[in-house]
Design a protein around this ligand. Sequence first.
Ligand code: UD1
Ligand code: CA
Length: 448
Amino acid sequence: MSKSTPLAVVILAAGKGTRMRSDTPKVMHKVLGLPMVNWVLNTVSCLNPDRTIVVIGEGMDALAASVAPHEYVIQNTQQGTGDALKAALPALKGFSGNVLVLLGDMPLLSPDSLEKLVIIRNMDGVTGISVLGAQVEDPFGFGRLLLNEDGTLKAIREEKDASEEEKQTNIINLGAFCLDSRRVERWLLNLNNKNAQKEYYITGLPEMAAKDNVKTRIALIDDPREAYGCNTRMQLTKLEITAQEMMRESFIEDGVMMQDPSSVYLHYDTQIGPDTVIEPNIYFGSGVVVGSNVHIKAFCHFEDAVIGDGTTIGPFARLRPGARIGQDVRIGNFVEIKKSTIGDRSKINHLGYVGDAIIGTDVNFSCGAITVNYDGFEKHQTIIGNGVMVGSNVNLVAPVALDDGAFVAAGSTVTKDVPADSLSVERSPVKVHRGWAALYRKRKGNKK
Ligand code: UD1
Ligand code: CA
């Protein structure tokens, strides 16, 4: 965003979240694997703020660590959202510009919505505050935005303090405010706690501003799903479902084909390239990067894995942390890969385990072959060159290396390195007893 006026962001995140019935501070609960407060931080980073301050509660060390390297201040006793902003005043001393206040439990607000809020506050010289709102079907539980006839904001009324008539208003407060830094301190210090919850509400600020003849304008969001917040476990579940849906939609718009989107579980940091086809029932854990033109067949589980362009995976494949799969690779059913690099065009088509291995290009790793990477105490590495053929049901006992072009005969347990273009075979001689089966059947049959 291009901005001439300096911007400071304050994120209110000190609430204990009593309604969550959890020892974890509310904003540390995760959506798509990322704490809510970090969603808000990621969004504001798109606005390039000059300052970012997070208000947290005393003893919330995990929260302080999660917001690092951003600055945090402590609100000692939680006396409401107005009181929380007050806790940030010392940190804002000397700052002049826009103060954007956000709630840590509203993770889905978009950078565009916040940008709109800042623009509206700076639109004319008489707007001291802008407030982000949404028009919704069911406003229950939210503060209501009560408007003047000219469309400016008269007051914000909390559900618990609203009259029956005020409750009919379906424009809700999303808790995002853009304030003129020059006046915010005076208005805040004038707030009182004469309300149902005996708290200092940040929502009282527009009325303070009106007393100074300063206007408050509202900005409305375009996608009502951004209004999802979190006070209870049920709302956290709904937030998760909504965030999943929004992320899937953005992938689909960017060219990813999902055959059954609702059965694809994404992580906040999942990356998927265009023209990739995703069949039903796929789990993406953290740190998964999928290239373009990849085909992911049904029932796969991925964590911290990279999948190159043109590769086919699954059905029923598991990529564990450190799996680095090249381009045009084929990973088939019941294959597990951990901390291993698989070169371009290699094939591990059925029933295999590859752990702590480096596999070259054009390798065929046949059905049932595995790396034996663990000796009960330590992990060891398997190195396979280019163009190697590993037969079916082979045990590669690490540490072991197979050089370029080597062959390993089916059923071998390989405990020695194999030079380039050589054959490794470990097999006991096959004995054939002619007629044995017929005799055996006869003997068993006679007993019946
Ligand atoms: C608040 C708004 C409400 C709005 C809704 C949107 C007020 C009084 N009400 O209600 O108008 O519709 O959000 O979701 O502002 N917090 C602190 N310190 C405190 C209290 C809260 O830091 O003393 C933080 C919480 O961690 C939370 C955020 O402020 O992240 C909002 O607090 P919460 O109690 O959830 O407010 P709501 O009741 O949802
Ligand atoms: Ca809330």
